[in-house]
Design a protein around this ligand. Structure first.
Ligand SMILES: O=C(O)CCC(=O)C(=O)O
Length: 272
């Protein structure tokens, strides 16, 4: 029995590679997260968007979001009851800052096997089309891994500016979200987003979940069991934040993110 989704929604996710929109957290909870992010930036002179791969560990509130019952019920319906939070990313586009995300597949750089990761993209602010919400190519998760060019372009929010060339924009579906709603997409789905053309910031929290049987194929790494049991033991344990904003986590996050940004590590772009 599914926990929360209908049979049709589950089938839609598996055939199309995405699901959106789903009501997640309240406006008040989202506003409180925005305040934490503002406070962090105010005191550290750095946007939480720069905490590349496990930014949620820096904030008690976002760490707790990885245990959110609605989010996990949806994730369980998509990938089963034993779930690890593998990583996360705050996706922040300030008003008219020109930041964008090129077409890519998450599977190209996460180093996971098999490819069953589901990304929950939670709208911490509203994310309208004009604000540069995500766009996806339905069913693209059913195809092979694509070649990604690493551009390292400074306005590209991806760690290496990875870009798949030649995507037909006519096939794109936009996923606008109200504040507090979320979308889900499959690790192999082609997705991207345009610059924010408004005077308001667009903030999302990407939470990356895997079933416990998924392995890292780039060496042992940490993750956090958020539901069920882990009978496989493929992952070490992430540390947990100790306060509302725990800056001691930054060293752990930087270390975890190093291989995503370092040009010397090859990515698995053309694996199938
Ligand atoms: O926030 C965006 O615009 C892109 C997000 C993304 O690439 C992801 O969640 O995997």
């Amino acid at each position: 029995m599914p926990k929360i989704l209908t049979k049709e929604q589950i089938e839609f996710y598996h055939s199309q590679g995405y699901l959106s929109p789903i009501d997640g957290i309240s406006r008040e909870e989202a506003q409180a997260m925005l305040k934490d992010l503002d406070d962090f930036e105010g005191s550290h002179g750095m946007s939480a968007g720069r905490l590349q791969i496990k930014g949620h560990l820096c904030f008690m509130r976002s760490f707790e979001l990885t245990f959110n019952q609605i989010i996990l019920d949806v994730v369980e319906d998509l990938i089963g009851p034993n779930i690890l939070a593998f990583a996360s990313r705050f996706w922040i586009k300030k008003a008219r800052d020109g930041a964008y995300v090129s077409w890519h597949q998450d599977s190209a750089y996460f180093g996971l096997e098999p490819h069953q990761l589901v990304t929950v993209w939670l709208a911490i602010s509203e994310a309208s089309e004009e604000m540069g919400c995500m766009k996806i190519i339905p069913k693209s998760h059913l195809g092979p891994s694509k070649a990604h060019e690493e551009t390292f372009h400074d306005k590209n929010l991806l760690a290496r500016g990875q870009a798949i060339r030649g995507v037909d924009e006519n096939d794109a579906v936009y996923m606008p979200l109200k504040q507090g709603q979320f979308s889900c997409h499959h690790e192999r789905l082609l997705h991207a987003s345009d610059p924010n053309k408004t005077d308001r910031q667009r903030v999302g929290l990407g939470l990356f979940f895997i079933p416990t049987h998924v392995k890292s194929n780039i060496g042992r790494r940490p993750a956090c069991l958020v539901r069920g049991v882990d009978d496989f033991g493929h992952w070490d344990k992430d540390p947990t934040p100790k306060s509302r904003i725990d800056i001691d986590m930054i060293a752990h996050i930087k270390n975890a993110g190093r291989r995503y940004v370092d040009e010397k590590y090859k990515q698995e772009t053309e694996r199938t």
